[in-house]
Design a protein around this ligand. Structure first.
Ligand code: DLL
Length: 435
């Protein structure tokens, strides 16, 4: 039987949702025009005044916000309120290594927590549950988001963060965790570790909320079967708040977008034209009631399909498909966003040529990032010690840039295959976007 955290909103009529969105959008557009010089300039340039936006039907008149805008406005240029009204930042890596820093007021955190509480309830959680949050804590939004949602719901919350698998399993068995929140690849790894330790009969899990990276229906079935749970997808991004922008319900056929906070569109990534429901395109979000980081028409670079078909769970919020790909070359490795341009920056800084290959694999449910790097003829030597030293130096510089460990293999000059067209720099053997 379906359950809701905010029944009046989650099952509201489309007319009610539309009216609420109209009102919030009109107010938000005025607020950003008055408070964010970046938006004033952007709207002025596009010849748009806040008076031109009378309802959500006018959304197409507004200019997009892009990842490049975030980079150019780093760190304070998109703030929608005085800095002293903010209580938190969260962050993620951006293109060319510059971080995305998102700000939150207490009200922004409250609406984010509510979004995550809705996701938990949709996965069957109640205040009686023990929620083990094994997403990373810190600047990454995963831990903070689900932790906040679980508090809001009143569940007993285990803020485990990721890693330390022995401790994860010990708490899971000793405290009787019933809901697990982590990346799908970590869920797979935990499942296997539980079997290896022979404690499968001691776990009480009934549901899992897994997201932050692409995962397939095959992975879902595998995790569900191994852990004896229902596995739910959850979507979000730091720029828009974090996890909980959209969440799956009992139907498990796409994620309901929390439309009272986030207006969603799918556009043609080439022309910017709004596409009808059912067509695949780039997801675009507008934060209609956030204050500190109020992005307007933010282009996510995630490719998706929207559906407004009636859902058996009773929720009326639009559903987005699992992300079906990206418009850029961002990789998500161990839940961490990695841009090839970050890797290239490190290589250039260390004097290597731009002949490299990034190979991503998944072994024993754990992502592995390997980098093949060509040396210049001057660097090349058959002294093993000097090669080892070089590899170690690169591994450390990459760890500092990306936040994760990768393997580096230095290869002789002119050994990486040259391409006649676009260089094939990324070989992702995981094949995750086939949902
Ligand atoms: O990954 C927020 C999050 C945390 C979502 C925990 C769900 C659970 P970022 O680090 O900013 O934020 O990365 C955002 O991750 O644009 C997508 O490309 C990808 N992504 C997030 N959720 C999913 C998902 C968090 N369920 C980027 N399926 C997004 C596929 C996802 N990709």
């Amino acid at each position: 039987m379906a359950n809701y955290f905010d029944p009046a909103i989650e099952t509201a009529s489309r007319e009610f949702i539309r009216e609420m969105q109209n009102k919030k959008l009109v107010e938000q557009v005025r607020r950003v025009y008055e408070n964010v010089p970046f938006y004033k300039e952007k709207f002025d340039e596009a010849g748009i005044s806040p008076d031109d936006i009378k309802s959500i039907d006018d959304i197409g008149k507004l200019p997009f916000t892009t990842k490049d805008d975030l980079r150019d406005q780093y760190p304070f240029g998109l703030l929608g309120c005085p800095l002293h009204d903010c209580v938190r930042i969260q962050s993620t890596s951006g293109t060319t290594g510059r971080r995305v820093v998102a700000f939150y007021t207490q009200e922004d955190i409250d609406l984010w927590d509510t979004s995550c509480a809705r996701a938990l309830v949709a996965a069957g959680a109640t205040a009686e549950d023990v929620v083990q949050v094994s997403y990373g804590f810190g600047l990454f939004t995963g831990g903070a988001g689900l932790n906040g949602g679980s508090h809001k719901l009143g569940s007993l919350t285990l803020p485990m963060s990721s890693g330390n698998t022995d401790r994860q399993i010990q708490f899971m068995t000793d405290l009787g965790s019933t809901v697990l929140c982590c990346t799908p690849s970590y869920a797979e790894y935990l499942a296997e570790s539980i079997y290896e330790r022979g404690v499968r009969d001691q776990i009480k899990l009934k549901a899992g909320i897994f997201g932050a990276e692409a995962w397939t229906e095959e992975m879902r079935k595998d995790i569900e079967q191994k852990l004896g749970i229902k596995a739910y997808d959850i979507y979000g991004l730091t720029e828009i708040s974090g996890p909980g922008v959209a969440f799956e319900c009992c139907e498990q056929t796409g994620m309901h977008v929390n439309e009272d906070h986030f207006l969603v569109e799918v556009i043609d990534p080439k022309t910017g034209e709004i596409l009808p429901d059912g067509e695949r395109g780039e997801l675009v979000f507008t934060c209609i009631d956030k204050t500190a980081f109020p992005l307007i028409r933010y282009r996510t670079r995630d490719l998706c399909i929207l559906s407004r078909k009636q859902c058996s769970c009773g929720r009326t919020f639009v559903k987005m498909s699992k992300p079906l790909g990206r418009t850029d070359d961002m990789l998500i490795v161990k839940g961490v966003n990695v841009f090839p341009s970050q890797i290239e920056t490190v290589l250039m800084n260390k004097g290597y040529p731009a002949n490299y290959q990034i190979i991503v694999t998944r072994e024993n449910n754990s992502d592995k990032l390997e980098l093949l790097v060509e040396m210049t003829p001057e660097m090349f030597s058959d002294d093993i010690n000097s090669l080892n030293r070089r590899e170690k130096e690169l591994i450390e510089a990459l760890k500092a840039m990306l936040g994760i460990m990768c393997k580096v293999r230095l290869v002789q000059p002119n050994t990486i295959e040259r391409s006649e067209g676009k260089a094939k720099r990324i070989i992702d053997k995981r094949d995750l976007y086939k949902a």
